[in-house]
Design a protein around this ligand. Structure first.
Ligand code: FHN
Length: 468
């Protein structure tokens, strides 16, 4: 068994090297203008992250992101609409009178999130516009004192999430474009440069850190989801200090990669990684349509199939999906958004064995599609998106004996046969597994292959057949 694990690791290393070579090739092709763009998964994360504290995150696979703020009132782009000067800051703030949260039912939100199959949720406590959802003693813009809601909407949501045993993530924007203490106001207006007025910047840091401490003390989140670090270097944000202060007394809290250099995991955004990111921990954040917050004019919703495509892609590459919803200003959630979450949830429930706690799958050379592996690497899960035209799926280069093949979610045993296997050499042959039409799932049918030990991948080039 030990030996098989080693073989698997060696083969993985070989594959990584192959992948590095293909990345180089890709880079060269980009350079020569052949291929459009490579992905940026390079955001710096800490090298010495405590692996113990990452266990729940690694096993969770799905989180629900919530962008809720003033921008839902007019259905415009969160914060960016005034920053990019599509409307004035003054007009943007007029939305305060429409942010009622009149139909806000935090328990229903938490139930929906739980039913989606997510194990955690990340809520925008404050976006770049500086509007805080909780009763902060800092700043001048929050749901209690300034919006029609006249109440703290963050606390009841966090309570409801905890009640449902969901892990809690707090999104916090480092920039606050509405604060007079902050450097940037809009794309064409800067208030000041840090070098010109370090005292004012220090006042901003005090304000920002004051809010962070409030959030820490009020909610003891499991995860901090920072955003907006691109506006200043880590030294200006004093990101090391922020990390130390947030982890003080709460060492198991996880921090995302956008507290530059101080994060525990990478956060690619929208672009589904084409290749497996190298980072051990990563999470793709993704919208359901093309907007983070609620925008009634944006109907470009991904279908349930597409949402599940993206989810399966992430987990097969060893990552999580942080899928976003944008509730309306009254606190209700658009029926399409609800439907997508519930559909994803029922698919996950049926296939939970192939999802939670699994590891990234095997290279595509062995199977035409995404895969995951059980923790002990003795069960390989194959995700079949389409109906195989001859009713068979094909697996290649697996040296193990397949003890049993069955359909996850209903247990149907599947028959298999092997071709091109010669008894005198090690080439494992090609396995064909029957997948009758009655077993096909609406989105992905998942086939489990129970192996005789940890998976052993074969990648040699066979030589001449020397006897017959
Ligand atoms: O600018 C934001 C954007 O509005 C949104 O919040 C996303 C979510 O990941 N993050 C930022 C850009 O990276």
């Amino acid at each position: 068994m030990e030996r098989q694990m080693i073989v698997f690791r060696i083969l993985e290393t070989k594959n990584k090297m192959k992948h590095k070579f293909s990345s180089l090739l890709l880079g060269f092709m980009c350079f020569s203008g052949t291929i459009v763009k490579s992905q940026d998964t390079t955001a710096k994360i800490l090298k010495d992250t405590d692996h113990e504290k990452m266990v729940w995150f690694k096993q969770a696979k799905l989180g629900i992101f919530i962008h809720w703020g003033l921008y839902a009132v007019d259905g415009i782009s969160e914060s960016w609409s005034f920053y990019n000067e599509y409307l004035s800051h003054e007009d943007y703030l007029k939305q305060l009178s429409g942010f009622t949260a009149a139909n806000f039912k935090p328990k229903e939100w938490a139930k929906l999130i739980k039913d989606s199959g997510a194990k955690y949720s990340v809520i925008t406590s404050k976006h770049h516009d500086g509007f805080a959802l909780w009763n902060t003693n800092y700043g001048h813009l929050n749901a209690v004192s300034h919006a029609a809601a006249k109440k703290d909407v963050l606390s009841p949501l966090i309570d409801a999430l905890k009640e449902k045993e969901l892990k809690v993530g707090i999104y916090f924007s480092l920039p606050d474009w509405s604060s007079d203490l902050y450097t940037h106001f809009t794309t064409s207006k800067r208030r000041y440069a840090i070098e010109q007025d370090p005292q004012r910047w220090q006042q901003y840091l005090n304000y920002m850190n004051g809010q962070l401490l409030e959030l820490k003390n009020n909610y003891t989140p499991d995860l901090w989801w920072f955003d907006g670090d691109w506006e200043h270097p880590p030294e200006a944000w004093e990101s090391t200090k922020i990390r130390t202060s947030l982890l003080k007394g709460a060492p198991n809290t996880i921090i995302n990669s956008r507290l530059t250099g101080q994060g525990d995991y990478q956060t690619p955004e929208i672009g589904v990684p084409v290749y497996r990111p190298e980072a051990k921990y990563w999470e793709l954040c993704m919208t359901l349509n093309d907007s983070w917050g609620y925008q009634q004019t944006d109907n470009n919703y991904k279908t349930s199939q597409q949402v599940i495509d993206i989810f399966v892609d992430c987990i097969s590459k060893g990552g999580n999906l942080l899928l976003d919803i944008g509730p309306k200003a009254d606190g209700s959630i658009d029926p399409i958004q609800k439907e997508r979450l519930l559909e994803l949830g029922s698919w996950i429930r049926k296939h939970h064995k192939a999802v939670y706690g699994t590891e990234k799958g095997i290279p595509y050379e062995h199977f035409y599609g995404p895969t995951t592996l059980s923790k002990d690497k003795q069960t390989l899960f194959l995700f079949v998106r389409d109906i195989p035209k001859d009713g068979k799926i094909v697996v290649k280069g697996i040296s193990n004996t397949i003890h049993r093949a069955y359909v996850v979610g209903n247990g149907s045993i599947l028959s298999q046969n092997k071709i091109a296997k010669l008894y005198w050499n090690k080439y494992p042959g090609i396995s064909y597994i029957d997948l009758p039409i009655e077993t096909i799932d609406t989105y992905y049918t998942v086939v489990a292959l129970v192996l005789d030990g940890p998976i052993e991948l074969y990648s040699e080039l066979n030589g001449a057949v020397e006897q017959n």
